[in-house]
Every structure is written in C-alpha cells, then in structure tokens.
Design a protein around this ligand. Structure first.
Ligand SMILES: Cc1ncc(COP(=O)(O)O)c(C=O)c1O
Length: 455
C-alpha cells in the first residue's frame, strides 16, 4: 500500500517497509493531531487527521488489495503468522482476507477515527457486525438487556435466533426507565446492554452516559448501534464500549452497498479475529476489499451529507407540524429527548436525517406514500435509509414486521407510522411543494379509493 511497495522485485517481499510506529489499532493516533481551535471530538476532525493511505503508485486513493491470500518468502513466516507472533498490526504481514485484509483494515482505521474508538473492523453487513459482536461478547447461555425498540432484524436475532441457537436470552426494557434497566440486569449473567442511539423507527434517543454507567456497574458491555446517527452522535465518547454500524445506510449514502462495522477496543477486534475463537474469523462475515475501497471514498463527505440530511429533516419536520401532521423528530423542541440529544450530540450536525409521520392508520399512511412517490415524486417507497433521495416506509408492515404486534405496540410503533429518511437532492422548496401537494391529494381521497390504488 505504501509507495515503497511499488517495486516489482520479488526481494521487496522480504524487505517490507518498516512497520509504522504505532499498531493498526491506534488509527486515531496516527497523523497530525487536531490543531488549536478544532475540537478533537468532532468526527470530521477525527476523520481528517486519521492516517491517509496512498495508492501503491502514489495514487491519492489507497490501492485495493484484491487478494484472498498473501505470499511469504520464508515458510517460517507463515508459521509465525499462525502463532500470532507476526501480524498485520506490527509487521504489515497478512495471512488470508477472511482474516485481516489491508484495504478493509484501512477502512476500519477511518471508522475508528469517525467513532473515536481505539480500533474498528468492517464486515459484510450491519447484521453480521451485530450478530458477531453479540456472539463474541455474550457466549452460550448468557443474558442481554436490550431496548424494547430496535430494528426488526436485531429484535428477531435477540428474541428468536440467539435463544434457539445458543441459549442467549434477552430482557427487553424501556431504556428510559433507569429502575427497569437496573432490575433487568442479572448479576454474573448479563454480558451486554444493547441499544440504538436513535431507535428504529420510533426515534427515541438513548441516554448513553446513563446506560454506560449501569452496564459498567453490572459488569456488562454497552453496545450501541449508531446506524441512524453517524457523526451526529459519538457513542464511544459518551461511554459506550462498542459501537456497531450498518454502513449500508448513511455511511454508504448511495443505497448500493451492504456493509457493517464494529468499533471498539483493540482487544475486541483482536479477539474477534482470533484464529481459534474469534467470531469474525470463524463466522466469516468478511467485507470485500473492493467494497472497502468504495466506502473509504465516501466517508470523507459523510459529515457534509449528515449536515444537509439534518437541515432538511429539521425544516420538513417544522413545516409538517404546521400542516397539522403528527410528526416525530428529535430536533423539534417538544420531542421528549430533544434536550438529551442536544447535550449528547456533536455541535453543528443537527438532529439527524430521520423523521416519522404518524398517519393514524396504515391505509392513510399508504395513501400518502403512494402520492409522495407516484404523483408528486417527493421520494421513494423503500426500506433503508441514508440515501440522497428521500426513502419512506410504513415500519409496522415492513422493517418492524418481525416483531409481534404486542411488542410493536409496546415499542410505540403504531400501524400508521411512516418512517422517512430525508434526502438532499433537489431543492428544499421544490421538495416541500411536492410534499404539500401529496397531502392535499390524500385528503381529497376517500379511504377506499386510496386503498384501491395500492393494488
Ligand atoms: C438500526 C439498524 N441496524 C442494523 C441494520 C442491519 O443492517 P444491514 O442491512 O446492513 O445488515 C439495520 C437495517 O435496516 C438498521 O436499521
């Protein structure tokens, strides 16, 4: 990856460039420090001062290490790689790309810089990041305390899959209720407290410092899914032990990649890559190096994109409220967690790009979405988030459909709840005019007419 590797001489394989002074796990500590006046806690500053990888031929972008396997010049080196005496950290020596891959590792460094963690490694999906961290930290028969409102896939993992496959059981609680969280902890059994910074889809904001304290008191790790709020909130700086991401969303920004990340202590990444016992090594949710290269080019403009997602979402939430709609957006002053988000959030990035509109019934929600997509072209009916176009879905019958109706009701997911990921293409006024027109059309329709349009 460094210029010095550009030589074609085989001997260069023996004389690798000198290892960097710090190991890969200290990605944040490499390169210039933030200068006076720049906040080191600003993720944009962290990203900008992280080590920049150049391409093999001096390219401004890193090269893609497309190899599945890596050669050594001495058999002895291979043996020492397998015993762990040599490795990517100190020696820039690699075994096989299901283990560390240089390009994926470089992206991991960027993710560590973004989240302010010691280390990070990237995976093939957000779900593989979540499931492998849970399997690594909890172990068979262990206990998890999790938020009642989580992405449907994570909820199903905790309520169905893990109990069936490994006897891991979860107590779901209202994470705002300190007494309930405390009493859900089982001494000696609870290994993980799991929460989303901003819950999918209800947009509740977790009190991360409080949960970090409770987890620590119980000897558990706080794992936070920061998929909805990259850059906006930095959970590790607030006390979370591990931060996971679906990079398929805002980080990708283009709805064309499925990817995930695990950000946390170097010891966790190392343990997860252990050849005998590591969940990443043995379950194998490997990120392709070509995907890592794509995402590495998108991270530098993530802070800019998040600012615009937030600005538009805040403006739309305000205007939707004035239209008389039931809007949920943590940036609105009457959101129950508005002050908490203001206190926890990174200044300058707003309250994120997600908002919810509760239309009361699924039929009205469907009618509005129909017009927003097919009549006025405001956005697209699709699950997922973080795209440059607005995406909208009715959570109860889509991304939260894995949850039982009672669980959905307890989590505050009403049948008419539309989750919107506010995009930034087109102008704000153009988009607003499209939104207003769709609402007018929906109001003019009879409920039965709007339902028939869906067929
Ligand atoms: C909050 C959250 N976490 C995790 C995931 C899973 O991510 P992926 O689809 O990348 O596996 C999702 C997907 O929608 C999500 O919304």
């Amino acid at each position: 990856m460094a210029h010095v590797l550009a030589t074609a001489q085989p001997l260069a394989l023996l004389k690798r460039p000198p290892p960097p002074k710090a190991s890969f796990v200290d990605g944040n500590d490499k390169g210039p420090k933030a200068r006076h006046g720049e906040s080191e806690s600003d993720p944009a500053v962290g990203l900008a001062v992280a080590r920049h990888e150049f391409g093999e031929h001096g390219g401004v972008n890193m090269s893609i290490e497309a190899s599945a396997t890596f050669t050594v010049m001495e058999p002895e080196i291979l043996r020492r790689l397998f015993t762990g005496e040599l490795g990517p950290e100190r020696d820039q020596l690699y075994i096989y790309s299901r283990h560390f891959n240089p390009t994926v590792l470089a992206l991991g460094r960027q993710m560590a810089a973004l989240e302010g963690t010691e280390a990070a490694y990237c995976t093939a999906s957000g779900m593989s990041a979540i499931s492998s961290v849970l399997m690594q930290l909890v172990g068979a028969g262990g206990h998890v305390v999790a938020s009642r409102c989580l992405y449907g896939g994570t909820h199903a993992l905790l309520s169905q899959f893990l109990p069936r496959t490994s006897g891991v059981h979860t107590t779901f609680v209202d994470m705002d209720d300190e007494v309930a969280v405390r009493s859900a902890m089982k001494p000696g059994e609870t290994r993980v407290v799991f929460v989303e910074t901003m819950s999918n889809p209800t947009l509740a904001v977790a009190d991360i410092p409080m949960l970090a304290r409770l987890a620590c008191e119980a000897g558990a790790k706080l794992v936070v899914d920061n998929t909805f709020t990259p850059v906006v909130v930095s959970p590790a700086r607030l006390g979370a032990d591990v931060v996971v991401h679906s990079m398929s969303k805002f980080i990708s920004g283009c709805a064309d990649i499925i990817a995930g990340a695990i950000c946390g202590p170097a010891s966790l990444v190392k343990a997860m890559m252990d050849l005998q016992d590591g969940a990443l090594m043995l379950l194998g949710p490997t990120m392709n190096a070509k995907v890592a290269s794509e995402l590495a080019g998108r991270l530098p403009h993530l802070p800019l994109r998040m600012q615009e997602h937030s600005r538009r979402a805040a403006e739309f939430a305000t205007r939707m409220r004035l239209l008389g709609l039931q809007v949920r957006y943590p940036g609105l002053p009457d959101h129950p967690h508005h002050d908490r988000l203001s206190a926890m959030g990174n200044p300058g990035y707003g309250a994120g790009g997600m908002l919810c509109v509760d239309m009361g019934t699924e039929e009205r929600a469907n009618s509005l979405m129909y017009h927003l997509q097919n009549t006025t072209q405001f956005g697209l009916m699709a699950v997922s988030l973080g795209y440059y176009q607005t995406l909208m879905s009715c959570s109860g019958n889509s991304t939260s459909s894995e949850m039982a109706p009672d669980d959905r009701a307890r989590a505050g997911i009403s049948p008419g709840l539309i989750r919107m990921s506010i995009g930034y293409n087109g102008t704000l006024d153009q988009r607003w005019a499209q939104f207003e027109r769709a609402v007018t059309l929906m109001k003019q329709e009879t409920p039965s007419a709007s339902a028939s349009k869906l067929i």
